[in-house]
Design a protein around this ligand. Structure first.
Ligand code: ZN
Ligand code: ZN
Length: 209
């Protein structure tokens, strides 16, 4: 029996079950996907249409005709809360997309096991990936740096964005070396000593008596 994975909309009125693994996950950066999702790209798990079964309220749909190709694409959404349920398209009959974020457990969509592909990256939004130019927070971004009552940094919030390089440490390797007691050399724990660090022969050889 094929593995089954379920999902639903925000309000829970529309539920679905997908049988088997998706053929791929397409991350589409086209302007149409940006508009229909209201964000930077659509992330769609691609299934054969007969492997997706809806229950609860039937999804509402809207048929859009492409200006470019003249062919239709039908988008689906919850009639109550408007959540996105992907689309079917005239160009590829028998295929249905399921938005990656609507699965009950979306963590199975892993690029190590499932083929992912990005398409229409020519219209990709510059801020849509985790570049070093964009601040990254694991939880939501902090509303303020200071707790209003205590005037101290909020302890539950990260002190600095994760996507930025960490600040220089307050100490430097040079200061560590200075802190070593005089006359003691650090022993290298692994591997032979490098030639530059080998003890040089004494300039005054000891004469045998
Ligand atoms: Zn809903
Ligand atoms: Zn698209």
């Amino acid at each position: 029996m094929l593995i089954q994975r379920s999902g639903q909309c925000v309000c829970g009125s529309v539920r679905y079950v997908c049988a088997g693994e998706p053929e791929r996950v397409t991350i589409c950066h086209c302007l149409w996907c940006q508009r229909r999702t209201g964000t930077a790209f659509g992330a769609e798990a691609v299934f054969q249409e007969q492997n997706v079964t809806f229950s609860g309220l039937a999804p509402a749909s809207y048929r859009h005709t492409s200006d470019e190709s003249g062919r239709w694409l039908e988008i689906y959404f919850c009639p109550r809360c408007g959540s996105n349920f992907g689309f079917t398209l005239q160009a590829v009959p028998g295929v249905r997309t399921v938005p990656a974020g609507t699965f009950d457990d979306p963590s199975f969509l892993n690029a190590r096991h499932i083929k992912f592909r990005h398409v229409f990256t020519r219209t990709r939004r510059q801020w849509s990936d985790l570049t070093s130019e964009v601040e990254v927070y694991e939880p939501f971004s902090p509303p303020c740096r200071l707790d209003r009552r205590s005037r101290r940094p909020c302890p539950s919030l990260p002190r600095r964005p994760l996507g930025r390089p960490s600040p220089a440490p307050p100490w430097t390797p040079r200061r560590i070396r200075r802190a070593r007691p005089h006359g003691r050399r650090l022993r290298r724990r692994r591997g032979p000593a490098s030639p530059s660090r080998r003890r040089r022969p004494s300039p005054l050889p000891i004469r045998p008596r």
